[in-house]
Write a protein that binds this ligand. Structure first.
Ligand code: SAM
Length: 301
């Protein structure tokens, strides 16, 4: 490890010195094991001279690991002001390589923050209470390919399984899997036991990699979000029922035209099928008002 990083005190001492008692409301479960942090950091391949955006650095365990593994720059966004002094100590040990942003990652335009510093990727031990909201916002970003070239993110294992699920895994397969796998290749890298964290969460965690596809099947992200929301919102119902409001009246013909059996349920439809449904929705909305008017997207999503 770089000499100055090695000289920083152990994380347990940092947390005690700065009074950073973990808060559940901020999803705080800290990683004190620097070897594990470095394993996570290596999955983001920071040595590619990449700019890494880290959400929720906390006292800075993963931040130190990313810098030690060769990140050109880490941009760390932390909501808890109690962590900032500890992060500033790391920034002093690595001049010009750590930028600390105090704020709520949900409210920050990360692409604008990164600017022209590409390639950029996100690596984080996410606060679990906002993890899916953050991921969904990144995946639904209008511009694609996006500003990041890889996401390496820690989730609770159950959420990780929902991200990588296929129609064969019916319980886990849902809106999140369709959106993520439409635009990214996804895989679980490894699991991490609750004992690795302080305090230990109740659940096992898993590190997930999402690699943006350069050319996902063409379709409008808002339409795809709308059809998946309607279909999985009533996942036990047949699509001719669950998509009634969205596709207008009796959607049987539109479903058939999209190559989808009207009696199928959401959990049986693969990503390509949902893309066809999103296109059917686009056609319906573009069509001049027939028997029933097409409601606006904003009233549906
Ligand atoms: N990266 C550290 C580690 O691995 O030990 C801490 C991870 S902890 C699971 C999540 C971190 O996210 C906490 O430091 C918490 O304060 C921060 N956080 C929670 N909500 C946030 C938000 N909306 N924006 C930015 N940071 C947030």
């Amino acid at each position: 490890m770089q000499r100055d990083l090695e000289d920083l005190p152990p994380l347990r001492e940092v947390v005690a010195a700065h009074g950073i008692a973990a808060r559940k409301s901020l999803g705080q479960n800290f990683l004190f094991d620097l070897n594990l942090a470095r394993r996570i950091a290596r999955a983001a391949a920071p040595q590619d001279a990449a700019t890494i955006v880290e959400i929720g650095p906390g006292p800075g365990g993963l931040t130190r690991a990313l810098l030690a593994e060769g990140a050109r720059k880490v941009i760390a966004i932390e909501r808890d002001p109690r962590c900032l002094a500890a992060l500033e100590d790391i920034a002093r040990a690595c001049p010009n390589r750590l930028e600390i942003i105090a704020g709520d990652a949900l409210a920050i335009d990360l692409g604008a923050l990164v600017g022209s510093a590409r390639p950029a990727r996100i690596c984080a031990n996410l606060p679990y209470n906002v993890a899916t909201a953050l991921l969904t916002a990144w995946i639904e970003t209008p511009a694609w390919p996006p500003w990041f070239d890889r996401l390496v993110l820690m989730f609770q294992k159950e959420v990780a399984e929902r991200i990588v699920a296929t129609p064969r895994q019916r319980a886990a397969y849902g809106r999140l899997a369709v959106l993520c796998n439409w635009r990214c290749e996804t895989r679980i890298l490894f699991e991490i036991s609750p004992a690795a964290f302080t305090p230990p969460p109740k659940v096992t965690s898993a590190l997930v990699e999402l690699q943006p596809r350069p050319n996902p099947l063409p379709c409008d992200v808002a339409r795809l979000a709308a059809v998946t929301q309607a279909a999985f919102g009533q996942r036990r119902k047949m699509l001719r029922q669950s998509l009634k409001a969205l596709l207008g009246g009796d959607p049987t013909a539109r479903l058939a035209a999209a190559g989808i059996a009207p009696t199928a349920r959401a959990e049986e439809i693969d990503v390509a099928g949902f893309v066809r449904l999103a296109r059917a929705l686009a056609d319906y909305m573009a069509a001049p008002a027939a028997s029933s008017p097409a409601p606006s997207m904003s009233s549906r999503s």
